[in-house]
Every structure is written in C-alpha cells, then in structure tokens.
Design a protein around this ligand. Structure first.
Ligand code: PLP
Length: 283
C-alpha cells in the first residue's frame, strides 16, 4: 500500500471522502490523525481546492507534519493521542469545517473497499483464505468486510466466500484484540496507549464493535505484537523483499509467524499480509 499517493492506504479512503465532501458542498475539511490520514487528506484537499485542518499527536515524526504543511494544510500538534487530537479539533477547529474523522462520515470506508476488489482481481475471481490487517481505527478491515459481503450479494464471488480476517494490533494498544479474545462485543478505551506503529495507536476506535463483529463472522482472530517483534519483522520483511515496510506492516508480518505456529494458518492456506504504508515517513 506504500505505492499509493501519499504513501499509505489512507489515500483510498480520502480520495473518495474529499471528492464527495466537495460534491456535497463542503469548503473546509478537518480530521485528527496518527499521521497518514492527515497527509492523504491534505493532498486530496489541495487538489480539490478545499481548506484542510489536521491535528496530530505531538510526538508524530516531523515528516508527517511537513507533508501536510507542503500541501497547504493548517497543522496542529496536540499533547496525547489521536483521541486528544480529535477532541482538540472539535473544541478549537474551524467552526465551518466538515469532520472527516474515521467513521464519522460514510465515504472513507467506501474507498477502502477497493482493497477487497483488487484482492479478488489478483486472485482471479477468488478470495484469499486469510487476510492479516494491522488494525487501528478499523476502516481498512471494516471496508474490506463490507466489500466481500457486497461482492457475494452481487454474485461476483461465491456465496459465503470471505477471507478469515485477522486484526493485528500493537501490544501497547490493542482494544480490538482484547475485546475479541475476551469474548466481548464492544471495545473499551485502552489506557496509556503506546507504540511506534502510530497508525495502530487508536485507544478508543469508534468502529471497534464492527471490527470485533468482522473477526467473529469471518471466523478470524486477533493477534497482538510487541515493539521488539514489530521492529525485527519490519527489518526482516524489508531485507527479503526490497519493500520499504512501515511498522504497522512489520507487525502484520510478525503475526503471520505466530499464526502459523499456533495452527490458525495451515500450510495450504493462501494468506495476504497487508503492508499498509511506506516506512519512509517514520524516519
Ligand atoms: C491508519 C493506518 C493503519 C490502521 O488503519 P485503520 O483503518 O485505522 O485500522 C495501519 N497502518 C497504517 C500505515 C496506517 O496509516
């Protein structure tokens, strides 16, 4: 996904959300972000001629902030996590700005559906058995789940054909994994979230319950990965493939190994591991 405009899968959602917001008359857009969503929003907003305001946690690497500034966005650095950045925007953001936060408008998720379409295309009309997805706010996972359901209804793929989804989360912030593994339907806010995989540092995902439902309904599972495992797997994957892997993608790669050893992934399973973005901006 690092080959997308602005270097992450966030472009898929923002391309559609910004287009629809413009179509429906918005002139100003705002969103909190762990980094990549802000960059994508700033770029598509610039192209659409809309003003953009973003807020990111203050420890977000400078390259994410610079990217947004380059596209002419107003950038705020906020103490805390993406949850605090969202609160900041609701209280201090431009009053006329339309909120394109994760799952607060309907179109970002529609854009993410293209990942599922491309999988079906690349699997010659079939689907992989397992999809490993680094999960933060959950739009990637929920969007693909929605798309597979719709493709079944359309008859594009066989009834009941859907990959088993795996949410990969950081051990330092794993509300979806915790809810799933404990058998509850809803996520609870994660205290003191920390991880260098910034896209996974989402302590109270609005759509957490939908992620949990997607994992259950597809007979999937959830895995948590600690920081050392993520770092090792990131290097390992990059060194073997020549792909500049982001930490979130590294975490997903680490999960593959765990799930093979646990037996969740069998030798003949076709598995897709998502590297959700480029590693470039993290340095
Ligand atoms: C945002 C992000 C994620 C998490 O995606 P969600 O749709 O919020 O679950 C994973 N990886 C990267 C690189 C991201 O930017």
């Amino acid at each position: 996904e690092g080959m997308n405009p602005t270097g992450s899968f966030k472009a898929r959602g923002m391309a559609l959300a910004v287009s629809m917001a413009k179509h429906l008359g918005a002139q100003s857009l705002a969103a909190p972000s762990a980094g990549n969503a802000a960059g994508a929003l700033a770029a598509y907003g610039a192209r659409a001629g809309l003003s953009v305001t973003v807020a990111m946690p203050e420890d977000t690497p400078k390259s994410f902030l610079d990217e947004c500034a380059l596209y002419g966005a107003t950038v705020h650095r906020v103490a805390g996590t993406i949850a605090d950045a969202g609160k900041f925007l609701r209280e201090h953001g431009p009053a006329d700005a339309f909120d394109v936060s994760t799952l607060r408008e309907p179109y970002r998720i529609e854009g993410k559906k293209t990942m599922a379409y491309e999988l079906v295309e690349q699997f010659d009309g079939d689907v992989p058995d397992v999809v490993l997805y680094p999960t933060g706010g959950g739009t990637g996972l929920i969007g693909m789940w929605k798309a597979f359901g719709e493709m079944q209804a359309l008859g594009w793929i066989a009834q009941g054909r859907c990959p088993r989804f795996v949410s990969v989360q950081a051990a330092g912030c794993a509300p979806v994994a915790k809810a799933f593994l404990e058998g509850s339907e809803r996520t609870e806010p994660w205290p003191n979230p920390h991880t260098r995989a910034y896209g996974l540092r989402v302590p109270s995902p609005l759509g957490g319950f939908l992620c949990v439902r997607a994992l259950r309904e597809t007979k999937g599972t959830a895995v948590t990965i600690d920081e050392d495992e993520t770092e090792r797997a990131t290097f390992d994957l990059a060194a073997h493939t020549g792909i500049d892997v982001c930490p979130e993608g590294g975490a997903a790669w680490a999960a593959l190994d765990k799930l093979r050893r646990s037996g969740f992934i069998r030798a003949d399973d076709k598995v897709v591991v998502f590297n959700t973005g480029t590693g470039l901006k993290y340095r």
